[in-house]
Design a protein around this ligand. Structure first.
Ligand code: PRP
Ligand code: MN
Ligand code: MG
Length: 180
């Protein structure tokens, strides 16, 4: 890691406190129902694991793998489905769990895709959201943190597949990706 990391943006303690707070809201909103939480691989693994353990409503977990970034720092806008759900979501209450909404392209595409499968409901929980995301028309019910427009890594978020295992959110030093 060393000098590739520019600074810690959100500490491990802040992340864990926020996930517990989100779980409390989700528990209240979904009381009496069974929830299917859908993690978007690979970035959402950490928030899925911690959120699932903080929830008290009965949950099932499923995963979709989509990728729009490849190895770069910019969204290509082309969403590739690498792994589909194992579950038939018709009639189910679905909560999509993401690590970050950046341009919003990945999630708006995914929402359209999931809504076409006739679920009882689909809501979104994202740990992080960037300012550009508001340009895409999307109702995001659960947002952990609104963050500035910097390239962030850690807690599931990668740069060229590295740094996902950091327990906090940090910013990548501009020299790493050719910035100023
Ligand atoms: C990242 C991130 C979100 C998406 C957000 O995934 O985990 O899923 O990009 O970007 P957007 O709002 O601009 O579409 P990525 O495609 O890098 O795949 P990964 O989760 O496997 O890292
Ligand atoms: Mn992702
Ligand atoms: Mg990525």
């Amino acid at each position: 890691m060393g000098k590739d990391l520019s600074r810690v943006l959100i500490s491990e303690q802040e992340l864990q406190a926020k996930i517990k707070e989100l779980a409390g809201r989700i528990d209240a909103d979904y009381a009496g129902t069974e929830l299917l939480i859908v993690g978007v691989l690979k970035g959402a693994v950490m928030v899925m694991a911690d959120l699932a353990r903080a929830l008290h409503v009965p949950v099932q977990m499923d995963w979709m793998a989509v990728s729009s970034y490849g190895a770069g720092t910019k969204s290509s806008g082309v969403v590739r489905v690498l792994k589909d759900l194992d579950t038939d979501i018709a009639g189910r209450h679905v909560l999509v769990v993401e690590d970050i909404i950046d341009s919003g392209l990945t999630l708006s595409w995914l929402l359209n895709n999931l809504r076409s499968r006739s679920p009882a409901s689909v809501e979104i929980c994202t740990l992080l959201r960037k300012p550009d995301a508001v340009k895409v028309e999307m109702d995001v019910r659960y947002v952990g943190f609104d963050i500035p427009n910097e390239f962030v890594i850690g807690f599931g978020l990668d740069y060229a597949e590295r740094y996902r295992n950091l327990p906090f959110i940090g910013t990548l030093a501009p020299h790493v990706y050719g910035g100023e």
